[in-house]
Design a protein around this ligand. Structure first.
Ligand SMILES: *Cc1c(COP(=O)(O)O)cnc(C)c1O
Length: 477
Protein backbone atom coordinates (compact mmCIF):
# COMPACT_ATOMS: atom_id res chain seq x y z
CA UNK A 1 0.00 0.00 0.00
CA UNK A 2 1.10 3.54 -0.76
CA UNK A 3 2.40 4.86 2.58
CA UNK A 4 1.05 8.39 1.91
CA UNK A 5 -2.44 6.93 1.50
CA UNK A 6 -2.28 5.71 5.10
CA UNK A 7 -2.05 9.27 6.44
CA UNK A 8 -5.50 10.56 7.41
CA UNK A 9 -6.78 13.99 6.32
CA UNK A 10 -7.03 16.91 8.74
CA UNK A 11 -10.82 16.90 8.56
CA UNK A 12 -10.99 13.19 9.28
CA UNK A 13 -8.83 13.54 12.39
CA UNK A 14 -10.87 16.53 13.54
CA UNK A 15 -14.01 14.41 13.42
CA UNK A 16 -12.55 11.77 15.73
CA UNK A 17 -14.64 11.68 18.91
CA UNK A 18 -11.51 11.46 21.06
CA UNK A 19 -10.65 15.00 20.09
CA UNK A 20 -14.11 16.45 20.82
CA UNK A 21 -13.14 17.52 24.34
CA UNK A 22 -9.85 19.05 23.20
CA UNK A 23 -11.67 21.09 20.55
CA UNK A 24 -14.04 22.29 23.20
CA UNK A 25 -11.22 23.23 25.53
CA UNK A 26 -8.53 24.61 23.25
CA UNK A 27 -10.55 25.68 20.20
CA UNK A 28 -10.83 24.42 16.64
CA UNK A 29 -7.93 26.39 15.22
CA UNK A 30 -5.42 25.38 17.91
CA UNK A 31 -6.31 21.70 17.50
CA UNK A 32 -6.11 21.98 13.70
CA UNK A 33 -2.66 23.59 13.95
CA UNK A 34 -1.30 20.79 16.12
CA UNK A 35 -2.84 18.09 13.87
CA UNK A 36 -1.21 19.72 10.83
CA UNK A 37 2.19 19.69 12.56
CA UNK A 38 1.90 15.99 13.27
CA UNK A 39 0.64 15.11 9.79
CA UNK A 40 3.62 16.95 8.39
CA UNK A 41 5.94 14.84 10.54
CA UNK A 42 4.27 11.66 9.22
CA UNK A 43 4.67 12.82 5.61
CA UNK A 44 8.32 13.55 6.27
CA UNK A 45 8.76 10.05 7.68
CA UNK A 46 7.22 8.53 4.56
CA UNK A 47 9.53 10.61 2.37
CA UNK A 48 12.41 9.26 4.40
CA UNK A 49 11.28 5.74 3.57
CA UNK A 50 9.69 4.81 6.91
CA UNK A 51 6.90 2.23 6.89
CA UNK A 52 4.14 3.72 9.03
CA UNK A 53 2.61 0.36 9.90
CA UNK A 54 -1.04 -0.24 10.63
CA UNK A 55 -3.43 2.44 9.37
CA UNK A 56 -5.69 2.51 12.45
CA UNK A 57 -2.68 2.57 14.73
CA UNK A 58 -1.38 5.63 12.91
CA UNK A 59 -4.53 7.59 13.61
CA UNK A 60 -4.82 6.63 17.25
CA UNK A 61 -1.12 7.31 17.86
CA UNK A 62 -1.53 10.66 16.17
CA UNK A 63 -4.45 11.59 18.37
CA UNK A 64 -2.56 10.64 21.51
CA UNK A 65 0.29 12.91 20.50
CA UNK A 66 -2.03 15.76 19.56
CA UNK A 67 -3.72 15.63 22.96
CA UNK A 68 -0.37 15.50 24.73
CA UNK A 69 0.93 18.47 22.73
CA UNK A 70 -2.19 20.50 23.46
CA UNK A 71 -1.88 19.78 27.18
CA UNK A 72 1.77 20.74 27.18
CA UNK A 73 1.12 23.96 25.29
CA UNK A 74 -1.55 24.91 27.82
CA UNK A 75 0.91 24.91 30.74
CA UNK A 76 1.86 28.53 31.49
CA UNK A 77 5.51 29.42 30.95
CA UNK A 78 5.68 31.52 34.09
CA UNK A 79 4.60 29.05 36.69
CA UNK A 80 5.17 28.46 40.37
CA UNK A 81 8.12 26.37 41.47
CA UNK A 82 9.29 25.07 44.82
CA UNK A 83 12.37 27.06 45.78
CA UNK A 84 14.42 24.50 47.68
CA UNK A 85 17.73 26.04 46.63
CA UNK A 86 18.47 27.39 50.08
CA UNK A 87 18.59 30.94 48.71
CA UNK A 88 15.55 32.77 50.05
CA UNK A 89 15.57 35.85 47.81
CA UNK A 90 16.50 34.02 44.61
CA UNK A 91 16.67 36.50 41.75
CA UNK A 92 16.09 33.86 39.07
CA UNK A 93 13.08 32.55 40.96
CA UNK A 94 11.45 35.95 41.38
CA UNK A 95 12.93 37.14 44.70
CA UNK A 96 10.45 37.96 47.49
CA UNK A 97 7.21 36.03 47.95
CA UNK A 98 4.54 38.58 48.69
CA UNK A 99 2.43 38.61 51.84
CA UNK A 100 -1.33 37.90 51.63
CA UNK A 101 -2.21 41.58 52.19
CA UNK A 102 -0.21 42.56 49.13
CA UNK A 103 -1.67 39.77 47.02
CA UNK A 104 -5.21 40.83 47.92
CA UNK A 105 -4.41 44.44 47.02
CA UNK A 106 -2.95 43.36 43.67
CA UNK A 107 -6.02 41.34 42.81
CA UNK A 108 -8.30 44.30 43.56
CA UNK A 109 -6.12 46.66 41.54
CA UNK A 110 -6.17 44.21 38.65
CA UNK A 111 -9.90 43.61 38.78
CA UNK A 112 -11.37 47.05 39.38
CA UNK A 113 -10.69 50.58 38.22
CA UNK A 114 -8.70 52.29 40.96
CA UNK A 115 -7.70 55.80 41.96
CA UNK A 116 -4.23 55.46 40.46
CA UNK A 117 -3.80 59.04 39.30
CA UNK A 118 -7.04 60.46 40.53
CA UNK A 119 -7.44 62.73 43.54
CA UNK A 120 -10.55 61.53 45.34
CA UNK A 121 -10.71 64.77 47.39
CA UNK A 122 -10.88 67.19 44.51
CA UNK A 123 -11.87 64.94 41.63
CA UNK A 124 -8.84 66.29 39.79
CA UNK A 125 -5.78 64.56 38.48
CA UNK A 126 -3.58 62.84 41.05
CA UNK A 127 0.00 61.60 41.17
CA UNK A 128 0.59 57.85 41.33
CA UNK A 129 3.67 58.33 43.51
CA UNK A 130 1.48 60.01 46.13
CA UNK A 131 -0.04 56.59 46.90
CA UNK A 132 3.14 55.54 48.70
CA UNK A 133 5.10 58.76 49.22
CA UNK A 134 3.77 59.55 52.66
CA UNK A 135 4.37 56.00 53.87
CA UNK A 136 7.90 56.00 52.51
CA UNK A 137 8.64 59.32 54.21
CA UNK A 138 7.20 58.12 57.49
CA UNK A 139 9.26 54.93 57.37
CA UNK A 140 12.56 56.49 56.29
CA UNK A 141 12.47 59.99 57.72
CA UNK A 142 12.90 61.46 54.24
CA UNK A 143 11.17 64.62 52.95
CA UNK A 144 10.01 63.13 49.69
CA UNK A 145 9.93 59.88 47.74
CA UNK A 146 9.29 58.41 44.33
CA UNK A 147 9.14 54.95 42.77
CA UNK A 148 10.44 53.37 39.56
CA UNK A 149 10.63 49.92 37.99
CA UNK A 150 13.61 48.58 40.00
CA UNK A 151 16.67 49.81 41.86
CA UNK A 152 18.81 49.70 38.73
CA UNK A 153 16.35 52.19 37.20
CA UNK A 154 16.47 54.28 40.38
CA UNK A 155 20.26 54.53 40.19
CA UNK A 156 20.19 55.21 36.46
CA UNK A 157 17.54 57.91 36.78
CA UNK A 158 19.40 59.54 39.68
CA UNK A 159 22.63 59.72 37.68
CA UNK A 160 20.90 60.84 34.52
CA UNK A 161 19.10 63.62 36.38
CA UNK A 162 21.80 64.86 38.73
CA UNK A 163 25.02 64.11 36.85
CA UNK A 164 24.50 64.78 33.17
CA UNK A 165 24.68 68.58 32.98
CA UNK A 166 27.42 69.89 30.71
CA UNK A 167 30.62 70.40 32.66
CA UNK A 168 29.21 68.85 35.83
CA UNK A 169 29.00 65.13 35.30
CA UNK A 170 31.57 63.72 37.67
CA UNK A 171 30.42 61.19 40.24
CA UNK A 172 33.02 60.28 42.86
CA UNK A 173 32.89 56.65 44.06
CA UNK A 174 35.28 54.50 46.09
CA UNK A 175 37.14 51.81 44.10
CA UNK A 176 35.92 49.28 46.65
CA UNK A 177 32.31 49.89 45.60
CA UNK A 178 32.36 49.48 41.81
CA UNK A 179 30.08 46.49 42.00
CA UNK A 180 28.49 44.13 39.55
CA UNK A 181 25.06 42.77 40.48
CA UNK A 182 23.87 39.68 38.65
CA UNK A 183 25.83 40.23 35.47
CA UNK A 184 23.80 42.97 33.83
CA UNK A 185 24.07 45.70 36.46
CA UNK A 186 27.58 47.09 36.66
CA UNK A 187 28.20 50.46 38.23
CA UNK A 188 30.70 51.72 35.61
CA UNK A 189 28.36 50.73 32.75
CA UNK A 190 25.29 52.33 34.31
CA UNK A 191 27.34 55.47 34.88
CA UNK A 192 28.45 55.83 31.30
CA UNK A 193 24.99 55.05 29.89
CA UNK A 194 23.40 57.61 32.17
CA UNK A 195 25.74 60.33 30.94
CA UNK A 196 27.67 60.57 34.21
CA UNK A 197 31.45 60.40 34.45
CA UNK A 198 32.82 58.00 37.00
CA UNK A 199 35.70 59.26 39.13
CA UNK A 200 37.21 56.38 41.09
CA UNK A 201 39.03 57.15 44.31
CA UNK A 202 40.95 55.16 46.90
CA UNK A 203 41.87 51.52 46.47
CA UNK A 204 39.98 48.26 46.44
CA UNK A 205 40.34 47.71 50.17
CA UNK A 206 40.88 51.19 51.60
CA UNK A 207 39.38 54.56 50.77
CA UNK A 208 39.79 57.65 52.96
CA UNK A 209 38.05 60.98 53.28
CA UNK A 210 41.09 62.70 51.81
CA UNK A 211 40.70 60.63 48.63
CA UNK A 212 37.26 62.13 48.13
CA UNK A 213 38.49 65.61 49.15
CA UNK A 214 41.26 65.49 46.58
CA UNK A 215 38.89 64.51 43.78
CA UNK A 216 36.31 67.26 44.21
CA UNK A 217 36.42 69.92 41.49
CA UNK A 218 33.97 72.34 39.86
CA UNK A 219 32.96 69.42 37.61
CA UNK A 220 31.79 67.25 40.51
CA UNK A 221 28.09 66.44 40.31
CA UNK A 222 27.79 64.25 43.42
CA UNK A 223 29.49 61.96 45.89
CA UNK A 224 28.12 58.47 45.83
CA UNK A 225 28.26 55.51 48.15
CA UNK A 226 27.23 52.09 46.88
CA UNK A 227 26.43 49.29 49.26
CA UNK A 228 28.67 46.33 48.41
CA UNK A 229 25.72 43.98 48.56
CA UNK A 230 27.01 40.77 47.15
CA UNK A 231 30.54 40.60 48.50
CA UNK A 232 32.48 41.65 51.50
CA UNK A 233 36.01 42.94 51.78
CA UNK A 234 37.61 41.70 54.95
CA UNK A 235 40.91 42.33 56.67
CA UNK A 236 42.86 45.61 56.23
CA UNK A 237 39.99 47.74 55.03
CA UNK A 238 38.63 51.23 55.40
CA UNK A 239 35.55 52.92 54.03
CA UNK A 240 34.48 56.49 54.78
CA UNK A 241 31.40 56.67 57.03
CA UNK A 242 28.29 58.16 55.44
CA UNK A 243 28.24 61.04 57.90
CA UNK A 244 31.69 62.25 56.84
CA UNK A 245 30.86 61.91 53.16
CA UNK A 246 27.65 63.86 53.67
CA UNK A 247 29.51 66.68 55.45
CA UNK A 248 32.14 66.83 52.74
CA UNK A 249 29.51 66.85 49.98
CA UNK A 250 27.55 69.62 51.63
CA UNK A 251 30.66 71.75 52.18
CA UNK A 252 31.27 71.38 48.45
CA UNK A 253 27.61 72.07 47.65
CA UNK A 254 26.99 68.78 45.86
CA UNK A 255 24.52 66.07 46.84
CA UNK A 256 25.51 62.88 48.61
CA UNK A 257 23.71 59.86 47.14
CA UNK A 258 23.57 56.34 48.61
CA UNK A 259 22.63 53.22 46.65
CA UNK A 260 21.66 50.90 49.47
CA UNK A 261 20.87 47.95 47.21
CA UNK A 262 18.61 45.91 49.40
CA UNK A 263 17.76 48.13 52.29
CA UNK A 264 14.98 47.28 54.63
CA UNK A 265 12.69 49.36 56.78
CA UNK A 266 12.98 47.36 59.99
CA UNK A 267 15.85 46.43 62.29
CA UNK A 268 16.57 42.86 61.28
CA UNK A 269 18.59 42.29 64.45
CA UNK A 270 15.29 42.46 66.38
CA UNK A 271 14.61 39.01 64.92
CA UNK A 272 18.11 37.64 65.42
CA UNK A 273 19.18 38.35 61.84
CA UNK A 274 22.32 40.29 60.95
CA UNK A 275 21.94 44.05 60.68
CA UNK A 276 21.17 45.42 57.22
CA UNK A 277 21.58 49.19 56.74
CA UNK A 278 18.28 51.04 56.52
CA UNK A 279 17.41 54.11 54.45
CA UNK A 280 16.59 55.92 57.69
CA UNK A 281 20.17 55.47 58.89
CA UNK A 282 21.51 56.95 55.65
CA UNK A 283 19.07 59.87 55.77
CA UNK A 284 20.03 60.55 59.39
CA UNK A 285 23.70 60.44 58.44
CA UNK A 286 23.00 63.23 55.95
CA UNK A 287 22.38 61.44 52.64
CA UNK A 288 20.43 63.63 50.24
CA UNK A 289 19.08 60.71 48.24
CA UNK A 290 18.87 56.99 48.96
CA UNK A 291 17.84 54.28 46.50
CA UNK A 292 16.86 50.68 47.30
CA UNK A 293 14.98 47.67 45.94
CA UNK A 294 11.38 46.70 46.63
CA UNK A 295 11.82 42.95 46.25
CA UNK A 296 14.94 42.21 48.26
CA UNK A 297 14.85 42.30 52.06
CA UNK A 298 11.90 44.68 51.97
CA UNK A 299 9.84 41.68 50.88
CA UNK A 300 7.69 43.54 48.37
CA UNK A 301 7.20 43.68 44.60
CA UNK A 302 9.93 44.53 42.08
CA UNK A 303 10.42 48.28 42.40
CA UNK A 304 13.12 50.90 42.87
CA UNK A 305 12.50 53.30 45.73
CA UNK A 306 14.05 56.76 45.91
CA UNK A 307 13.80 58.79 49.11
CA UNK A 308 15.44 62.05 50.09
CA UNK A 309 15.43 65.85 49.73
CA UNK A 310 12.29 67.23 48.17
CA UNK A 311 14.16 69.42 45.66
CA UNK A 312 16.10 66.42 44.31
CA UNK A 313 13.06 64.15 44.15
CA UNK A 314 11.17 66.89 42.26
CA UNK A 315 14.02 67.22 39.82
CA UNK A 316 14.07 63.45 39.26
CA UNK A 317 10.31 63.34 38.74
CA UNK A 318 10.61 65.99 36.01
CA UNK A 319 13.07 63.89 34.02
CA UNK A 320 11.16 62.51 30.98
CA UNK A 321 12.81 59.14 31.64
CA UNK A 322 10.82 58.91 34.88
CA UNK A 323 7.73 58.39 32.71
CA UNK A 324 9.49 55.55 30.90
CA UNK A 325 10.51 53.88 34.16
CA UNK A 326 7.30 54.29 36.14
CA UNK A 327 5.60 51.39 37.88
CA UNK A 328 2.11 50.05 37.18
CA UNK A 329 -0.93 49.94 39.43
CA UNK A 330 -0.41 46.31 40.43
CA UNK A 331 3.09 47.03 41.70
CA UNK A 332 1.88 50.10 43.57
CA UNK A 333 -0.94 48.14 45.16
CA UNK A 334 1.49 45.50 46.45
CA UNK A 335 4.06 48.06 47.53
CA UNK A 336 1.56 50.11 49.50
CA UNK A 337 0.29 47.00 51.30
CA UNK A 338 3.82 45.90 52.20
CA UNK A 339 4.84 49.37 53.40
CA UNK A 340 1.77 49.47 55.64
CA UNK A 341 3.00 46.29 57.35
CA UNK A 342 6.17 48.11 58.40
CA UNK A 343 4.10 50.60 60.36
CA UNK A 344 3.64 47.92 62.98
CA UNK A 345 6.97 46.13 63.48
CA UNK A 346 5.42 43.99 66.26
CA UNK A 347 3.28 42.05 63.79
CA UNK A 348 5.75 42.18 60.91
CA UNK A 349 7.18 38.71 61.45
CA UNK A 350 3.69 37.27 61.40
CA UNK A 351 2.64 39.05 58.24
CA UNK A 352 5.65 39.52 55.99
CA UNK A 353 6.36 36.30 54.08
CA UNK A 354 10.03 37.12 53.49
CA UNK A 355 10.71 37.79 57.16
CA UNK A 356 8.87 34.62 58.09
CA UNK A 357 11.09 32.59 55.77
CA UNK A 358 14.28 34.26 56.95
CA UNK A 359 13.50 33.71 60.63
CA UNK A 360 12.12 30.18 60.39
CA UNK A 361 13.80 28.20 63.19
CA UNK A 362 16.12 25.38 62.20
CA UNK A 363 14.21 22.95 64.46
CA UNK A 364 10.99 23.68 62.58
CA UNK A 365 12.65 23.07 59.21
CA UNK A 366 14.27 19.91 60.53
CA UNK A 367 10.89 18.64 61.71
CA UNK A 368 9.54 19.19 58.18
CA UNK A 369 12.48 17.23 56.79
CA UNK A 370 11.76 14.34 59.18
CA UNK A 371 8.10 14.36 58.07
CA UNK A 372 8.96 14.30 54.38
CA UNK A 373 11.83 11.82 54.57
CA UNK A 374 9.73 8.59 54.40
CA UNK A 375 7.65 9.91 51.48
CA UNK A 376 10.68 10.89 49.44
CA UNK A 377 12.34 7.59 50.32
CA UNK A 378 9.37 5.63 49.07
CA UNK A 379 9.03 7.73 45.88
CA UNK A 380 12.70 7.06 45.11
CA UNK A 381 12.69 3.52 46.42
CA UNK A 382 13.36 1.78 43.06
CA UNK A 383 16.46 3.92 42.50
CA UNK A 384 20.01 3.28 43.72
CA UNK A 385 20.06 6.34 45.98
CA UNK A 386 19.86 7.03 49.70
CA UNK A 387 17.91 9.87 51.22
CA UNK A 388 18.59 11.40 54.61
CA UNK A 389 17.84 14.45 56.71
CA UNK A 390 20.75 16.90 56.83
CA UNK A 391 21.50 20.22 58.50
CA UNK A 392 22.18 22.95 55.96
CA UNK A 393 22.91 26.65 55.73
CA UNK A 394 20.54 28.84 53.77
CA UNK A 395 21.53 32.22 52.44
CA UNK A 396 19.48 35.36 52.14
CA UNK A 397 20.23 35.96 48.48
CA UNK A 398 19.87 38.89 46.07
CA UNK A 399 23.19 40.11 47.29
CA UNK A 400 21.93 40.78 50.80
CA UNK A 401 24.40 39.97 53.57
CA UNK A 402 26.50 37.73 51.32
CA UNK A 403 28.59 36.06 54.00
CA UNK A 404 25.86 35.46 56.54
CA UNK A 405 24.29 32.01 56.74
CA UNK A 406 20.99 30.93 58.24
CA UNK A 407 21.02 27.53 59.99
CA UNK A 408 18.59 25.34 58.07
CA UNK A 409 17.77 21.73 57.29
CA UNK A 410 16.63 19.59 54.41
CA UNK A 411 16.90 16.35 52.52
CA UNK A 412 20.00 15.03 50.86
CA UNK A 413 19.91 12.47 48.06
CA UNK A 414 23.12 10.54 47.37
CA UNK A 415 23.96 8.00 44.73
CA UNK A 416 24.69 4.53 46.05
CA UNK A 417 27.27 3.97 43.37
CA UNK A 418 30.29 6.09 42.68
CA UNK A 419 28.73 7.51 39.53
CA UNK A 420 26.78 10.72 40.05
CA UNK A 421 24.92 10.77 36.74
CA UNK A 422 21.81 9.75 38.55
CA UNK A 423 21.83 12.95 40.62
CA UNK A 424 21.79 15.05 37.47
CA UNK A 425 18.92 13.00 36.04
CA UNK A 426 17.13 13.38 39.36
CA UNK A 427 17.64 17.13 39.31
CA UNK A 428 16.19 17.23 35.78
CA UNK A 429 13.23 15.02 36.79
CA UNK A 430 12.42 17.25 39.76
CA UNK A 431 12.36 20.21 37.39
CA UNK A 432 9.79 18.42 35.22
CA UNK A 433 7.23 17.89 37.98
CA UNK A 434 3.90 19.63 37.77
CA UNK A 435 5.28 22.25 40.14
CA UNK A 436 8.98 22.05 39.43
CA UNK A 437 11.24 21.46 42.44
CA UNK A 438 14.47 23.43 42.28
CA UNK A 439 17.20 22.12 44.54
CA UNK A 440 20.95 22.17 44.21
CA UNK A 441 23.75 19.69 43.71
CA UNK A 442 26.57 20.22 46.15
CA UNK A 443 29.58 17.92 46.05
CA UNK A 444 28.06 14.45 45.78
CA UNK A 445 24.55 15.19 46.97
CA UNK A 446 21.35 16.61 45.62
CA UNK A 447 20.17 18.94 48.39
CA UNK A 448 16.63 20.13 49.03
CA UNK A 449 16.68 22.96 51.59
CA UNK A 450 13.18 23.04 53.09
CA UNK A 451 13.27 26.56 54.58
CA UNK A 452 11.00 27.94 51.84
CA UNK A 453 8.60 25.01 51.65
CA UNK A 454 5.57 26.35 53.48
CA UNK A 455 3.76 23.96 55.80
CA UNK A 456 0.56 24.25 53.74
CA UNK A 457 2.41 23.28 50.54
CA UNK A 458 3.84 20.05 51.94
CA UNK A 459 0.83 17.94 50.92
CA UNK A 460 1.11 19.10 47.32
CA UNK A 461 4.86 18.53 47.38
CA UNK A 462 4.33 14.95 48.53
CA UNK A 463 1.45 14.20 46.15
CA UNK A 464 3.42 15.07 43.05
CA UNK A 465 6.39 12.91 44.05
CA UNK A 466 4.48 9.95 42.59
CA UNK A 467 5.10 11.46 39.13
CA UNK A 468 8.79 10.66 39.56
CA UNK A 469 8.07 6.98 38.96
CA UNK A 470 7.30 7.68 35.28
CA UNK A 471 10.44 9.67 34.64
CA UNK A 472 13.64 8.40 33.06
CA UNK A 473 15.84 8.73 36.13
CA UNK A 474 17.07 5.18 36.02
CA UNK A 475 18.13 5.21 32.39
CA UNK A 476 21.82 5.29 31.73
CA UNK A 477 23.02 7.05 28.64
C1 LIG B 1 20.39 44.71 43.84
C2 LIG B 1 21.15 45.97 43.71
C3 LIG B 1 20.92 46.85 42.64
C4 LIG B 1 19.90 46.53 41.58
O1 LIG B 1 18.62 46.51 42.13
P1 LIG B 1 17.40 45.85 41.31
O2 LIG B 1 16.21 46.14 42.13
O3 LIG B 1 17.73 44.41 41.16
O4 LIG B 1 17.36 46.54 39.98
C5 LIG B 1 21.64 48.01 42.58
N1 LIG B 1 22.56 48.30 43.51
C6 LIG B 1 22.83 47.48 44.54
C7 LIG B 1 23.87 47.88 45.54
C8 LIG B 1 22.13 46.29 44.68
O5 LIG B 1 22.39 45.47 45.70
Amino acid sequence: MNQFAKIPSVSRVLENQRLAQSINEYGHSAVTRVIRNHLEILRQQVSDGVDLGDKDEIESGLIRQVIQDLQQQAVPNLRPVFNLTGTVLHTNLGRASLPPDAIAAMVDAARYPCALEYDLETGGRGDRDALVEELLCELTGAEAATVVNNNAAAVFLTLNTLASAKGKKQVIVSRGELIEIGGAFRVPDIMSRSGAKLVEVGTTNRTHLKDFQGAITSKTAMLMKIHTSNYEIQGFTHAVPEKQLAELAHKSEVPFVVDLGSGTLAHLEDWGLPHEPTPRESIEAGADLVTFSGDKLLGGPQAGLLVGKRALIEQIKKNPLKRALRVGKITLAALEAVLRLYRNPDSLQNKLATLQQLTRPQADIQAAAERLLPMLQSALQPLPVSVEVVLLNSQIGSGSLPVERLPSAGLSIRSNSRKNGILHRMEAALRKLERPVIGRIDNDAMLLDLRCLAHEDEAFFIRQLSQLAQMPIHETK
